[in-house]
Design a protein around this ligand. Structure first.
Ligand code: NAD
Ligand code: SER
Length: 314
Protein backbone atom coordinates (compact mmCIF):
# COMPACT_ATOMS: atom_id res chain seq x y z
CA UNK A 1 0.00 0.00 0.00
CA UNK A 2 1.27 3.50 -0.89
CA UNK A 3 -0.83 6.59 -0.22
CA UNK A 4 -0.80 9.89 -2.12
CA UNK A 5 -2.29 12.97 -0.41
CA UNK A 6 -3.06 16.03 -2.56
CA UNK A 7 -3.36 19.42 -0.85
CA UNK A 8 -1.43 17.88 2.06
CA UNK A 9 -0.18 21.18 3.53
CA UNK A 10 -3.71 22.43 4.28
CA UNK A 11 -5.72 22.42 7.49
CA UNK A 12 -6.89 18.81 7.22
CA UNK A 13 -3.91 17.46 5.25
CA UNK A 14 -1.47 18.46 7.99
CA UNK A 15 -3.33 16.38 10.59
CA UNK A 16 -4.35 13.56 8.24
CA UNK A 17 -0.81 13.01 6.92
CA UNK A 18 0.53 12.75 10.48
CA UNK A 19 -2.21 10.25 11.41
CA UNK A 20 -1.74 8.12 8.29
CA UNK A 21 2.06 8.08 8.81
CA UNK A 22 1.59 7.02 12.43
CA UNK A 23 -0.70 4.23 11.32
CA UNK A 24 0.93 2.88 8.15
CA UNK A 25 4.54 4.15 8.32
CA UNK A 26 6.29 7.39 7.36
CA UNK A 27 7.36 6.28 3.90
CA UNK A 28 3.98 4.80 2.98
CA UNK A 29 2.50 8.29 2.67
CA UNK A 30 3.55 10.72 -0.06
CA UNK A 31 2.41 14.29 0.60
CA UNK A 32 1.95 16.73 -2.30
CA UNK A 33 0.92 20.36 -2.62
CA UNK A 34 1.59 23.48 -4.70
CA UNK A 35 3.96 24.85 -2.08
CA UNK A 36 6.63 23.23 0.07
CA UNK A 37 5.79 22.35 3.70
CA UNK A 38 7.42 24.47 6.42
CA UNK A 39 8.84 21.38 8.13
CA UNK A 40 10.03 18.05 6.79
CA UNK A 41 7.85 15.22 8.13
CA UNK A 42 8.38 12.71 5.33
CA UNK A 43 8.25 12.16 1.56
CA UNK A 44 6.95 15.20 -0.36
CA UNK A 45 6.55 16.20 -4.02
CA UNK A 46 5.34 19.46 -5.52
CA UNK A 47 2.09 18.77 -7.43
CA UNK A 48 -0.51 21.04 -8.97
CA UNK A 49 -3.54 18.78 -9.42
CA UNK A 50 -4.27 20.46 -12.76
CA UNK A 51 -0.98 19.05 -14.08
CA UNK A 52 -2.24 15.62 -15.12
CA UNK A 53 1.04 14.55 -16.71
CA UNK A 54 2.97 15.22 -13.49
CA UNK A 55 0.31 13.48 -11.41
CA UNK A 56 0.54 10.43 -13.64
CA UNK A 57 4.35 10.37 -13.32
CA UNK A 58 4.13 10.60 -9.53
CA UNK A 59 1.58 7.77 -9.37
CA UNK A 60 3.85 5.55 -11.48
CA UNK A 61 7.16 6.50 -9.86
CA UNK A 62 5.84 5.98 -6.32
CA UNK A 63 3.58 2.99 -7.09
CA UNK A 64 0.59 4.78 -5.57
CA UNK A 65 -2.34 2.53 -4.61
CA UNK A 66 -4.58 4.97 -2.65
CA UNK A 67 -5.30 8.70 -2.97
CA UNK A 68 -6.67 11.08 -0.36
CA UNK A 69 -7.62 13.97 -2.63
CA UNK A 70 -7.79 17.04 -0.38
CA UNK A 71 -6.65 19.81 -2.76
CA UNK A 72 -9.42 22.37 -3.25
CA UNK A 73 -10.31 26.04 -2.98
CA UNK A 74 -12.75 26.55 -0.10
CA UNK A 75 -16.08 28.35 0.10
CA UNK A 76 -15.05 31.92 0.95
CA UNK A 77 -11.87 32.08 -1.15
CA UNK A 78 -13.74 30.37 -3.98
CA UNK A 79 -16.06 33.33 -4.43
CA UNK A 80 -13.12 35.58 -5.42
CA UNK A 81 -12.38 33.50 -8.51
CA UNK A 82 -15.33 31.24 -9.40
CA UNK A 83 -13.97 29.78 -12.66
CA UNK A 84 -10.59 28.91 -11.15
CA UNK A 85 -12.40 27.31 -8.19
CA UNK A 86 -14.54 25.18 -10.50
CA UNK A 87 -11.46 24.20 -12.49
CA UNK A 88 -9.31 23.23 -9.47
CA UNK A 89 -12.11 21.56 -7.51
CA UNK A 90 -13.89 19.66 -10.25
CA UNK A 91 -11.32 19.06 -12.98
CA UNK A 92 -8.68 18.20 -10.36
CA UNK A 93 -11.01 15.58 -8.96
CA UNK A 94 -11.95 14.20 -12.37
CA UNK A 95 -8.25 13.68 -13.14
CA UNK A 96 -7.82 11.79 -9.86
CA UNK A 97 -10.82 9.57 -10.56
CA UNK A 98 -9.65 8.87 -14.11
CA UNK A 99 -6.11 8.00 -12.97
CA UNK A 100 -7.50 5.83 -10.15
CA UNK A 101 -9.45 3.95 -12.83
CA UNK A 102 -6.50 3.70 -15.25
CA UNK A 103 -4.03 2.54 -12.60
CA UNK A 104 -6.62 0.30 -10.91
CA UNK A 105 -6.02 1.86 -7.53
CA UNK A 106 -7.35 0.21 -4.38
CA UNK A 107 -9.19 3.23 -2.95
CA UNK A 108 -9.76 6.97 -3.27
CA UNK A 109 -10.95 9.39 -0.57
CA UNK A 110 -12.84 12.53 -1.60
CA UNK A 111 -13.86 15.11 1.01
CA UNK A 112 -17.21 16.70 0.33
CA UNK A 113 -18.86 19.29 2.57
CA UNK A 114 -21.98 20.77 4.13
CA UNK A 115 -21.55 23.47 1.44
CA UNK A 116 -23.37 21.20 -1.04
CA UNK A 117 -26.57 22.16 0.80
CA UNK A 118 -28.50 25.32 0.00
CA UNK A 119 -31.53 27.38 0.93
CA UNK A 120 -33.98 24.64 -0.14
CA UNK A 121 -32.35 22.05 2.17
CA UNK A 122 -34.04 21.36 5.54
CA UNK A 123 -31.86 23.29 8.03
CA UNK A 124 -32.25 21.09 11.05
CA UNK A 125 -31.16 17.46 11.21
CA UNK A 126 -30.50 17.52 7.45
CA UNK A 127 -31.14 14.04 6.01
CA UNK A 128 -28.65 12.04 3.94
CA UNK A 129 -30.85 12.28 0.85
CA UNK A 130 -32.33 15.75 0.46
CA UNK A 131 -32.57 18.88 -1.70
CA UNK A 132 -29.14 20.29 -2.54
CA UNK A 133 -29.06 23.62 -4.39
CA UNK A 134 -25.78 25.24 -3.28
CA UNK A 135 -25.21 28.96 -3.79
CA UNK A 136 -21.37 29.00 -3.81
CA UNK A 137 -19.14 27.77 -6.62
CA UNK A 138 -17.36 25.67 -3.98
CA UNK A 139 -20.63 23.93 -3.07
CA UNK A 140 -21.53 23.48 -6.74
CA UNK A 141 -18.15 21.88 -7.51
CA UNK A 142 -18.34 19.54 -4.50
CA UNK A 143 -21.91 18.47 -5.31
CA UNK A 144 -20.88 17.67 -8.89
CA UNK A 145 -17.83 15.92 -7.44
CA UNK A 146 -20.03 13.67 -5.30
CA UNK A 147 -21.98 12.60 -8.37
CA UNK A 148 -18.76 11.88 -10.28
CA UNK A 149 -17.65 9.66 -7.36
CA UNK A 150 -20.85 7.68 -7.64
CA UNK A 151 -20.47 7.50 -11.41
CA UNK A 152 -16.89 6.18 -11.30
CA UNK A 153 -17.92 3.65 -8.70
CA UNK A 154 -20.93 2.32 -10.57
CA UNK A 155 -19.43 2.47 -14.08
CA UNK A 156 -15.74 1.59 -13.47
CA UNK A 157 -15.85 0.03 -9.99
CA UNK A 158 -13.46 2.62 -8.57
CA UNK A 159 -13.64 2.22 -4.78
CA UNK A 160 -14.09 5.90 -4.01
CA UNK A 161 -15.38 6.87 -0.55
CA UNK A 162 -16.43 10.26 0.68
CA UNK A 163 -17.56 12.27 3.72
CA UNK A 164 -19.48 15.53 3.85
CA UNK A 165 -17.23 17.17 6.43
CA UNK A 166 -18.82 19.85 8.59
CA UNK A 167 -16.56 22.79 9.57
CA UNK A 168 -13.40 21.29 11.03
CA UNK A 169 -11.94 22.69 14.27
CA UNK A 170 -8.37 21.78 15.22
CA UNK A 171 -5.25 23.14 16.89
CA UNK A 172 -2.83 21.43 14.51
CA UNK A 173 -3.12 23.81 11.53
CA UNK A 174 -4.63 27.05 10.23
CA UNK A 175 -7.86 27.00 8.21
CA UNK A 176 -7.64 27.79 4.50
CA UNK A 177 -10.29 30.31 3.45
CA UNK A 178 -13.62 28.73 4.35
CA UNK A 179 -16.77 30.13 5.94
CA UNK A 180 -16.20 28.10 9.11
CA UNK A 181 -12.65 29.45 9.72
CA UNK A 182 -13.89 31.63 12.58
CA UNK A 183 -14.26 28.55 14.78
CA UNK A 184 -10.47 28.08 14.75
CA UNK A 185 -9.50 31.78 14.65
CA UNK A 186 -11.55 32.50 17.80
CA UNK A 187 -9.35 30.16 19.88
CA UNK A 188 -6.13 31.79 18.65
CA UNK A 189 -7.48 35.27 19.45
CA UNK A 190 -8.45 34.10 22.94
CA UNK A 191 -4.97 32.64 23.54
CA UNK A 192 -3.31 35.89 22.36
CA UNK A 193 -5.59 37.73 24.82
CA UNK A 194 -7.07 39.72 21.94
CA UNK A 195 -10.73 40.60 21.36
CA UNK A 196 -12.17 38.54 18.52
CA UNK A 197 -14.20 40.11 15.70
CA UNK A 198 -16.58 37.50 14.32
CA UNK A 199 -17.65 37.83 10.68
CA UNK A 200 -20.68 35.63 11.45
CA UNK A 201 -23.49 36.79 13.72
CA UNK A 202 -23.77 35.58 17.30
CA UNK A 203 -26.52 33.02 16.61
CA UNK A 204 -25.39 31.58 13.27
CA UNK A 205 -25.32 27.87 14.00
CA UNK A 206 -23.32 25.55 11.74
CA UNK A 207 -22.38 21.87 11.98
CA UNK A 208 -18.77 21.40 13.16
CA UNK A 209 -16.47 18.51 14.01
CA UNK A 210 -13.26 18.32 16.04
CA UNK A 211 -10.19 17.42 13.96
CA UNK A 212 -9.47 14.23 15.94
CA UNK A 213 -12.96 12.93 15.19
CA UNK A 214 -12.71 14.00 11.53
CA UNK A 215 -9.42 12.14 11.04
CA UNK A 216 -10.72 9.05 12.81
CA UNK A 217 -13.92 9.11 10.70
CA UNK A 218 -11.82 9.33 7.53
CA UNK A 219 -9.62 6.37 8.46
CA UNK A 220 -12.57 4.30 9.71
CA UNK A 221 -14.45 4.91 6.46
CA UNK A 222 -11.41 4.01 4.36
CA UNK A 223 -10.74 0.83 6.35
CA UNK A 224 -14.37 -0.35 6.40
CA UNK A 225 -15.13 -3.44 4.28
CA UNK A 226 -16.50 -2.34 0.89
CA UNK A 227 -19.73 -4.26 1.55
CA UNK A 228 -20.57 -1.86 4.38
CA UNK A 229 -20.43 1.23 2.15
CA UNK A 230 -23.95 1.93 0.89
CA UNK A 231 -23.37 5.60 0.00
CA UNK A 232 -21.13 6.29 -2.98
CA UNK A 233 -21.90 9.99 -3.30
CA UNK A 234 -20.85 11.16 0.18
CA UNK A 235 -21.84 10.39 3.78
CA UNK A 236 -23.43 12.98 6.04
CA UNK A 237 -21.17 13.35 9.08
CA UNK A 238 -21.93 15.22 12.27
CA UNK A 239 -20.31 16.12 15.57
CA UNK A 240 -21.61 19.35 17.09
CA UNK A 241 -23.65 22.36 16.10
CA UNK A 242 -22.20 25.67 17.29
CA UNK A 243 -22.52 29.41 16.76
CA UNK A 244 -19.94 32.14 17.44
CA UNK A 245 -21.92 32.98 20.60
CA UNK A 246 -21.89 29.45 22.03
CA UNK A 247 -18.20 29.01 21.23
CA UNK A 248 -17.35 32.37 22.80
CA UNK A 249 -19.23 31.57 26.00
CA UNK A 250 -17.52 28.16 26.25
CA UNK A 251 -14.03 29.67 25.81
CA UNK A 252 -14.87 32.40 28.32
CA UNK A 253 -15.41 29.75 31.01
CA UNK A 254 -11.63 29.18 30.84
CA UNK A 255 -10.47 32.68 29.83
CA UNK A 256 -12.89 35.04 31.65
CA UNK A 257 -11.40 38.25 30.17
CA UNK A 258 -12.00 37.17 26.58
CA UNK A 259 -14.25 39.54 24.56
CA UNK A 260 -15.98 39.32 21.19
CA UNK A 261 -17.75 41.65 18.78
CA UNK A 262 -19.74 40.88 15.67
CA UNK A 263 -19.16 42.44 12.23
CA UNK A 264 -20.83 40.37 9.54
CA UNK A 265 -19.27 40.18 6.08
CA UNK A 266 -20.10 38.25 2.87
CA UNK A 267 -19.53 34.95 4.67
CA UNK A 268 -22.69 35.51 6.74
CA UNK A 269 -24.83 34.98 3.64
CA UNK A 270 -22.95 31.79 2.75
CA UNK A 271 -23.38 30.45 6.30
CA UNK A 272 -27.12 31.26 6.23
CA UNK A 273 -27.51 29.16 3.08
CA UNK A 274 -26.07 26.07 4.84
CA UNK A 275 -27.68 23.81 7.42
CA UNK A 276 -27.50 23.99 11.22
CA UNK A 277 -27.35 20.32 12.16
CA UNK A 278 -26.88 17.05 10.30
CA UNK A 279 -28.51 13.62 10.46
CA UNK A 280 -25.61 11.18 10.04
CA UNK A 281 -27.53 8.03 10.96
CA UNK A 282 -26.55 6.27 7.73
CA UNK A 283 -22.82 6.60 8.54
CA UNK A 284 -23.58 5.37 12.07
CA UNK A 285 -25.46 2.34 10.75
CA UNK A 286 -23.14 1.43 7.84
CA UNK A 287 -19.67 1.65 9.40
CA UNK A 288 -20.27 2.50 13.04
CA UNK A 289 -19.47 6.23 13.09
CA UNK A 290 -19.55 7.88 16.56
CA UNK A 291 -18.14 11.31 17.47
CA UNK A 292 -16.26 11.57 20.77
CA UNK A 293 -15.85 15.35 21.27
CA UNK A 294 -18.73 17.54 22.47
CA UNK A 295 -18.41 21.34 22.86
CA UNK A 296 -16.99 21.21 26.36
CA UNK A 297 -14.39 18.50 25.70
CA UNK A 298 -13.36 20.05 22.38
CA UNK A 299 -12.87 23.49 23.93
CA UNK A 300 -10.75 22.10 26.75
CA UNK A 301 -8.62 20.08 24.34
CA UNK A 302 -8.13 23.02 21.94
CA UNK A 303 -7.12 25.39 24.74
CA UNK A 304 -4.82 22.85 26.35
CA UNK A 305 -2.99 22.21 23.05
CA UNK A 306 -2.71 25.93 22.36
CA UNK A 307 -1.22 26.51 25.81
CA UNK A 308 -4.04 28.09 27.81
CA UNK A 309 -4.88 27.24 31.42
CA UNK A 310 -7.96 25.01 31.34
CA UNK A 311 -10.49 25.03 34.18
CA UNK A 312 -11.83 21.57 34.96
CA UNK A 313 -15.59 21.04 34.62
CA UNK A 314 -17.44 21.82 37.84
P1 NAD B 1 -7.03 24.04 2.91
O1 NAD B 1 -7.42 25.20 2.07
O2 NAD B 1 -6.49 24.28 4.26
O3 NAD B 1 -5.99 23.14 2.11
C1 NAD B 1 -6.13 22.89 0.73
C2 NAD B 1 -4.75 22.65 0.18
O4 NAD B 1 -4.91 22.47 -1.23
C3 NAD B 1 -3.81 23.83 0.38
O5 NAD B 1 -2.61 23.41 1.03
C4 NAD B 1 -3.53 24.32 -1.03
O6 NAD B 1 -2.20 24.77 -1.22
C5 NAD B 1 -3.82 23.08 -1.86
N1 NAD B 1 -4.15 23.41 -3.25
C6 NAD B 1 -4.90 24.42 -3.71
N2 NAD B 1 -4.92 24.39 -5.05
C7 NAD B 1 -4.17 23.34 -5.43
C8 NAD B 1 -3.81 22.79 -6.69
N3 NAD B 1 -4.20 23.36 -7.84
N4 NAD B 1 -3.05 21.68 -6.72
C9 NAD B 1 -2.63 21.11 -5.55
N5 NAD B 1 -2.91 21.59 -4.34
C10 NAD B 1 -3.68 22.69 -4.29
O7 NAD B 1 -8.28 23.06 2.98
P2 NAD B 1 -8.64 21.99 4.09
O8 NAD B 1 -9.47 22.67 5.09
O9 NAD B 1 -7.44 21.25 4.51
O10 NAD B 1 -9.60 21.06 3.27
C11 NAD B 1 -9.16 19.86 2.68
C12 NAD B 1 -10.33 19.27 1.92
O11 NAD B 1 -11.41 19.03 2.83
C13 NAD B 1 -10.87 20.19 0.83
O12 NAD B 1 -11.21 19.41 -0.29
C14 NAD B 1 -12.10 20.79 1.45
O13 NAD B 1 -13.06 21.09 0.48
C15 NAD B 1 -12.58 19.69 2.36
N6 NAD B 1 -13.35 20.21 3.48
C16 NAD B 1 -12.75 20.95 4.48
C17 NAD B 1 -13.52 21.43 5.52
C18 NAD B 1 -12.91 22.24 6.63
O14 NAD B 1 -13.65 22.74 7.51
N7 NAD B 1 -11.58 22.39 6.70
C19 NAD B 1 -14.88 21.16 5.58
C20 NAD B 1 -15.46 20.44 4.54
C21 NAD B 1 -14.68 19.95 3.52
N1 SER C 1 -15.25 24.51 6.18
C1 SER C 1 -15.54 24.58 4.78
C2 SER C 1 -15.75 25.98 4.34
O1 SER C 1 -16.15 26.78 5.17
C3 SER C 1 -16.77 23.78 4.49
O2 SER C 1 -16.50 22.96 3.44
O3 SER C 1 -15.55 26.26 3.20
Amino acid sequence: MKILITGANGQIGTALAAALRDRYGRDKVLCTDIYKPKEDHGPFEMLDILNVQRMSEIIEDHHITQVYHLAAILSANGEWNPKKTWNVNLNGQLSILELAHQYQMDKVFFPSTIAIFGSTTPKSNTPQHTAAEPSTVYGMSKLAGELWCQYYHSRYEVDVRSLRYPGIIGWQSAPGGGTTDYAVEIFHAAIRQEAYTSYLSEDTFLPMLYMDDAIRATIELMEAPAGQISIRTSYNLSGLSVSPGTLYREIKKHLPDFTIRYEEDFRQKIAESWTESIDDSVARKDWGWRETFDLSRMTQDMLAHLGAPVRPET
